[in-house]
Write a protein that binds this ligand. Sequence first.
Ligand code: HEC
Length: 300
Amino acid sequence: MMKNGIEKITAVSLAIGLALSAATTTQAAPYREYTPLPPGGLEPGVQNDFSGSYKYWKDGETVAKYAATLPPEERWKLNAKENDPPVNEALHGGHIAMDEGEAIYERLNANGQFAKCLGAKDNDLTGLRANHYPHYDAKLGHVVGLEEMIERCAAKQGEKLLNGSHNNSAVSIYIASFSNGMPLNVDLSDPQLKAAFERGKKLFTQRGGWTNFSCATCHVSLAGKKLRGQTPTTPYGDAAHWPTYRVKDEIQSLHVRFTECNRNSGVQPLKVGSKEYTDLEVFLSGLSNGYPVVAPSLRY
Ligand code: HEC
């Protein structure tokens, strides 16, 4: 008798529980949850890295020292900077793309209008990547990254250089090479860029997809921890070396990398050049403020 009673109550509460959880799944999707920020938050400036790894990759000399001494399980602390020159000067696809980018750039800039459209003064590309992108474009009324502007300015010269395409990234790498060694300097005192940075931070921590992961699940909570044979690293210092040559033999832009990370975590990728990806680009660039630009670069 007693047993039956308990069973009845359990069955009823189970039914209520199921009904409630069904209601919860339809009303409050997991998409709305956020990964908590690490202690100290995700503040701009490469020195604010939360993972404690910055001291291992702060400059080339330090990277070389630790690349030779760190045991395998601690190599994530190098933040993949051991692949940057001068540590590794071997020729790779990034160099080929840079040369291709130069040829395309020269063709597009025959009348000097392409460079001017990108914001260069007197055809001088020095510092354009480090100091001028991403920025708020008052005429367009939104924040733009370098690759979006390459597409827009090429179109004015009658050529299609789609954001995310090989040729667009090749031109971007060529332009970035004129900022080599110059610290990334995104002006976050500009209210439009600051707002984009904050939106990007929110997107970075917003969970989604069937895994219910956010970018921060991997790049903050799981940074330095094993994840199906890979070890996610800190998002600090990443934006300074993109677009990059991926050793799967692909020249990849930062936005295309976002689509790959989205796909890997079961999240619907967004459009390359979308407002959301541009906000993420501003956020990651802010986290890399103070870190030198590397072009061409290589990543696994
Ligand atoms: C399932 C885990 C996971 C999620 C979620 C994830 N990533 Fe990644 N991501 C990785 C791994 C692993 C790598 C390769 C190792 C590394 O560089 O951290 C990587 C690499 C990257 C890189 C290249 C780093 C470099 O220096 O070359 C960027 C940029 C990046 N992720 C951004 C993002 C963004 C933005 C999101 C959210 C839209 C995201 N990731 C979500 C696992 C993840």
